[in-house]
Design a protein around this ligand. Sequence first.
Ligand code: F6R
Length: 605
Amino acid sequence: MCGIVGYLGKNGAEKVILEGLKRLEYRGYDSSGIAMHSGSELKIAKFKGRLANLSDYLTENPGNSPVAIGHTRWATHGEPSDANSHPHFNTTKTIAVVHNGIIENYHSLKNELSEKGYTFSSETDTETIPHLIDSFYEGDLLSAVVKTVPLLRGSFAIAVVCADKKEIVAARKESPMVIGVGDNNDFFVASDVLAVLSYTKKFYYPENNDIIRITENGVEFFDASGSPVTRELKTVELSADAATKCGYDHFMLKEIYEQPDSCANTVSRYCSGDEIQLDFGSIKNMAAYDTIYIVACGTAYHAGLVGKLALEKYVKIPTTVDIASEFRYYAPFVNEKSLVILISQSGETADTLATLRNAKAAGATVLSITNVAGSTIARESDDVINTAAGPEIAVASTKAFTSQITALFLLAIYLGKQLGNISDEEYSFLMSELHLIPEKIREVLADMSSVKAAAKRIKKCNQLFYIGRGLDRVIAMEGALKLKEISYIYTEAFPAGEMKHGPIALIEPGTPAIALVTQESAAEKTISNIKELKARGAYVIAIANTSLEELRKTVDFVIEVPDAEGILAAIPAIIPCQSLAYYTSIYKGNDVDKPRNLAKSVTVE
Ligand code: F6R
């Protein structure tokens, strides 16, 4: 999604903005731009395509501005083009705005502004904002923004500069935004701390509907009516390295290899020895809940499907798993007896956030599992489990997924033990199995030769099927998502037993299929389904830890993974799927970390 970086200080705004935008590239974008304070005017440069275009411009036109705002755009209203790129400006180019999010009522605003004589040079919703600010501007940017914000419907984070003054005025509603404070009387606005982590670790996290004024005298916060409010300056503990590749070719590869640590860190964050310490403030009595609803999007949804299996086994409360963009509009039975578990790496996904608010309005208790402490979802939930995966930069989610499964496993056995559904002996066994996971991941990562061979085999195919039963089916779904996201091969996951009810018609001689076989109880049946595919000419790769001898006779090749207890088996088994997607994408020459059309943090509906 779009990225915002703003700077006020003496370090040369162009350099800070460019570096910040580079660090936000991972969010996905199709154009970039900057508005710089230059004497008593604003200089604006913006380009469709890679950030290199903006970088080339700034090399040819060097500057040392005291104030600037920059943006990477991920198109929503209007195609990627120079004109649609941000910043957008008023007719006289004295006010410039960068914006993340969507202005839902832009159409009516545009009509009203056009009737007043304002002309538009882009197809964006954003362009209404500088014109509106212009219509209220009488020399005080803050009060013009205070009058503008209530007219905007939708979600947004905006940063505004004007030619008259060295200041930035920012505002946020629903979309994330942080304000950084440097050591040398310099200040930053960003949509993500990672953008400016190399300059400061001190941040304000503005509340929803806050309006912020940054001048060389400091940062002031105002509520929606323009009255001053106080916000707390916090220090983040992330190192600036968190946003670098540390010698790996791609962020995705680095993050795949970080999984032994991200899982171990998630365990140690909530455990003292074998004792799980999830000291919830709101979830006190599980007997108060008759249903658990897990709600999430994409990869986090798949983690939820895995988590359901453990929650139903150990907590013994019926658990449903839904996609947030559907659930937010259809959840008729959510009430005060519902525990809603939201899973979100970013903690900012718009549909998941909307689910949170609907669930709370319906009286439910909301527990979120997020990877970003201080994210909107974390802040608004009744209770939170923060996975300790560290920043996930690659668009394709990897280490967040395995950390989410780790957190769900901890949650399930913690509640199961509290409810008396797990004996002390079983609990100790489950914890010892959990502690083995990092080593099992390392074992898979130690030899990628068969994954690379499989990637070479499938790189030219047009379609591919993943199959599995039970837990294996969920691993298959996540494996298929990874492959389609970055290799662009049309990949679908099916329950193994479902193929013969229709999808098997798509199998032709040579069609590749990947079968997950990690559950002994389902292996025999899955092998029968594999044989049905083989009989129709499919080329079958198995990712397996059981029935290996039989599989070797049946399939074209086996990628062996270590066995693990219950849902934990999903963790070693997903590693070859993630790596297969990675290497297939590399062999196809794709941009792994920035796959086409995708954004990292999906803050629009
Ligand atoms: C897939 C991927 C997406 C996200 C989804 C939810 O690799 O990254 O499917 O999982 O957009 O994002 P979060 O977890 O941030 O809510």
